[in-house]
Design a protein around this ligand. Structure first.
Ligand code: KG4
Ligand code: ZN
Length: 322
């Protein structure tokens, strides 16, 4: 018996089937829209929504023979882009009506935390650093329902700053993997970009000042050579990671789990491993948005009978943990 889960909060259309009794990921597919959004240097919501409308039914078609074994439908309903969330929510409602199985509303950020537990037992309490395109947060998690925000960003998110720096250098989208790749060939000492909030006691993150410093350097050096781009990528990445490390150590000095799309960054992983005696990560393939993590939350909610009615299930851009 399975939980069918749906993820469409941004630019990944994904569906999974998770076995309820042992959390086994029976089916998982994700169709990413990166190529389609690349020319725009970021996600275009209307385009993303139309692509979900095409991709989600295409994936569902592949598992139609298993639909009679679905016990509940879990769907990301918040936070994210309203118009893309709606595609998943509408599919979940249609499945609820046809299969007569209950609905589970999943907070996407909780999903990222549960990417640590795919095909595994949960383990709480945990201090979690969530670094994605939409969020940069330090969280104290005791269960999927008890999550406390310890620190967040004052402006841009960590992943978003990589996307913006890549866009400024005309490198495409998503910027994270592109910047990480260029940085391998760059000199991280060439530019002395500021480490955000370094001399501030604020327990918060901020990336807009760093992004601005990078923008000014790009303007100063333009037209950029390939080596300039590599050096900017390496120097920027170094400052952004130093900042994450500096603030995280102040709040959570020992044990930490890191999740979210940007936690796929291998330099970030190495840096945190150097400084934390006990740091864990989600598997690389479950860092960026996926329905497997939504299904894992779905199993927990199913076991507690935590369902939502058709009328109450709404898509919302808000990030609150309620
Ligand atoms: O979790 P995710 O798939 O979507 C959101 O929930 O936002 O994260 C996507 C973000 C993008 O901003 C992308 O550039 C960033 O994660 N990202 C990375 C890397 N891979 C993805 N950032 C830095 N280094 C990477 N290797
Ligand atoms: Zn995400």
């Amino acid at each position: 018996m399975f939980i069918l889960s749906i993820e469409s909060s941004c630019d990944d259309s994904s569906i999974a089937l998770t076995r309820i009794k042992d959390y086994k990921l029976f089916f998982h597919k994700k169709l990413s829209q990166e190529l389609e959004h690349q020319t725009y240097g970021g996600v275009v919501p209307e385009l993303a929504s139309r692509l979900h409308a095409k991709a989600l039914p295409q994936i569902l078609e592949e598992i139609k023979e298993y639909l009679p074994k679905v016990e509940a439908i879990a769907v990301t309903n918040r936070p994210g882009l309203s118009v893309t969330l709606l595609e998943g929510v509408m599919m979940a409602k249609a499945l609820h009506l046809t299969l007569q199985k209950p609905l589970i509303a999943v907070n996407h950020l909780v999903g990222h935390i549960y990417s640590l537990f795919i095909e595994k037992e949960t383990s709480f309490p945990k201090t979690v650093l969530l670094v994605s395109g939409g969020h940069t947060m330090l969280l104290e998690a005791k269960s999927y329902k008890e999550i406390k925000l310890l620190a967040t960003t004052l402006d841009d998110s960590f992943g978003e700053s990589f996307d913006k720096v890549a866009k400024m250098m005309g490198l495409g989208y998503p910027g994270g993997p592109i910047i990480e790749e260029l940085a391998k060939k760059g000199d991280s000492e060439r530019f002395n970009f500021p480490i955000p909030l370094k001399n501030s006691h604020k327990l918060a993150f901020s990336f807009s000042g760093l992004k601005n410093a990078v923008r000014l350097k790009i303007e100063e050096l333009s037209p950029l050579s390939y080596q300039d781009k590599c050096d900017i990528a390496a120097s920027f990445q170094k400052s952004a990671i130093e900042h994450l490390l500096h603030k995280t150590k102040k709040i959570a000095p020992n044990e930490l789990a890191i999740v979210g799309g940007a936690s796929a960054n291998l330099v970030l992983r190495e840096k945190f491993k150097e400084h934390f005696s006990n740091v864990s990560f989600a598997e690389l393939k479950f860092c960026t948005d996926n329905a497997a993590m939504i299904g894992r939350v779905g199993v927990e909610a199913f076991k507690r009978g935590d369902f939502i009615s058709l009328e109450k299930l709404q898509a919302s851009p808000k990030a609150e943990f309620t």
